[in-house]
Design a protein around this ligand. Structure first.
Ligand SMILES: Nc1ncnc2c1ncn2[C@@H]1O[C@H](COP(=O)(O)OP(=O)(O)O)[C@@H](O)[C@H]1O
Ligand SMILES: [Mg+2]
Length: 357
């Protein structure tokens, strides 16, 4: 929700070339409206946001193409993930909803648009998430070294890439990435993020609270599993805070949220990727120095690097992933990894929207 990530990508015989990447900030008013969407938000508000985001996404593509001087006819397709507003893959009738009307994107840009990537996987019995591991495999598999790819977005997820190509790739959402720290600092200091984790670093970890937070059933659940901002948010935090009697300073709570984020990532790696000691990090959380140093501290001897060392900007891996998934859809190839999402089979992901001109 911090920004629209727009990447122009060329796929040449298995090689991924990033032509251009831009972030277009999302106005604070819109971000606040998106953050306040819950399961009980009126349908009209969600529909208005759907249309508004569709226009913003189309504008982002138009601006990106303008920047590069590449014309719309040269682009095969737009892959648009959309903004997740609801994600409940374990409900009796599981669902995941991303908004940003793809009809508007196709119409305004004149480019075929692929969207709605998650629901085909859910229909096949999967979590609909995470979807990034399939692309991580294509991009970061190493024939001699086992690796973990760690994406720290709003939610954090890991992909475990065994060197032995016969061993299936696995991966899952570990829990909160930046989401709790972002929301807490926004609530207390009206800032969109805790730059470099400095505010968290000024506080003291509250172990009584950390214990309550870490006791959440999500962290004990075995994969396949996925989660979202509609679960890990300030309402969740409040319900944990009410279990603690003592008063705490806001910066101490921020420090505790940072530790929670780091610990749950580290625990997931130690439990599900034992012996793997190389970690490639992407997503905005890679810039949170205090967070990365806390992860480092808990994984001594590990090689922890940004995906930059593999030649890909860590901020745009997700955008590139959805360009790749759009290519899979256009080529009629499956995009999910059943071992990751829990789907019964491999399925082609996404729906195609034609500009109609
Ligand atoms: N310098 C920084 N210090 C701390 N956090 C940062 C920094 N740069 C980016 N971030 C975090 O990264 C987030 C954006 O990451 P991103 O991967 O785009 O997440 P999302 O999937 O939610 O869009 C910001 O909201 C912020 O929490
Ligand atoms: Mg972002």
């Amino acid at each position: 929700m911090d920004a629209i990530d727009a990447a122009l990508v060329q796929f040449n015989n298995g090689q991924t070339v990033l032509v251009e990447y831009r972030q277009y900030p999302i106005a604070r008013k819109i971000r606040k409206r998106l953050q306040s969407v819950t399961a009980t938000t009126p349908m009209e508000e969600i529909t208005k946001l759907d249309v508004h985001l569709g226009r913003l996404f189309a504008d982002a593509v138009t601006r990106l193409l303008h920047t590069t001087g590449i014309s719309q006819e040269m682009v095969v397709a737009i892959g648009c993930h959309g903004q997740t507003v609801l994600h409940k893959p374990n409900a009796p009738e599981p669902y995941s909803l991303q908004i940003g009307d793809p009809n508007l994107i196709a119409c305004k840009t004149g480019i075929t648009t692929v969207a709605d990537f998650r629901r085909a996987d859910i229909a096949a019995g999967g979590q609909g998430a995470p979807l990034a591991p399939a692309f991580h495999k294509v991009q970061f598999h190493h024939p001699e070294k086992d690796r973990v790819v760690l994406n720290i977005g709003g939610i954090a997820n890991i992909t475990i890439l065994p060197a032995d190509a016969d061993i299936p790739v696995s991966g899952f959402d570990t829990g909160p990435g930046n989401v709790l720290m972002d929301e807490w600092i926004s609530h207390h200091r009206n800032l969109p993020m805790d730059k470099d984790g400095n505010w968290a670093a000024s506080g003291k970890v509250q172990h009584s609270l950390l214990t309550v937070l870490m006791n959440d059933a999500y962290f004990q659940t075995s994969p396949p599993k996925s989660t979202g901002r509609d679960y890990f948010n300030l309402v969740w935090l409040d319900s944990c805070l009410t279990q603690i009697k003592s008063r705490m300073n806001p910066e101490d709570i921020q420090a505790t949220l940072l530790t929670l984020t780091a610990r749950t990532i580290v625990d997931a790696i130690l439990e599900y990727a034992p012996g793997v000691n190389e970690i490639l990090v992407c997503g905005g959380g890679v810039h949170n120095k205090a967070l990365i140093s806390e992860i480092n501290k808990n994984l001594p001897g590990y090689i922890i690097e940004s995906t930059e060392i593999e030649g890909l900007n860590p901020d745009c891996i997700e955008a590139i992933t959805f360009a790749w998934l759009a290519k899979c859809r256009i080529d009629g190839k499956p995009g999910n990894l059943p071992a990751v999402t829990g789907a019964k089979k491999k399925v082609v992901l996404g729906a195609v929207y034609k500009p109609g001109n």
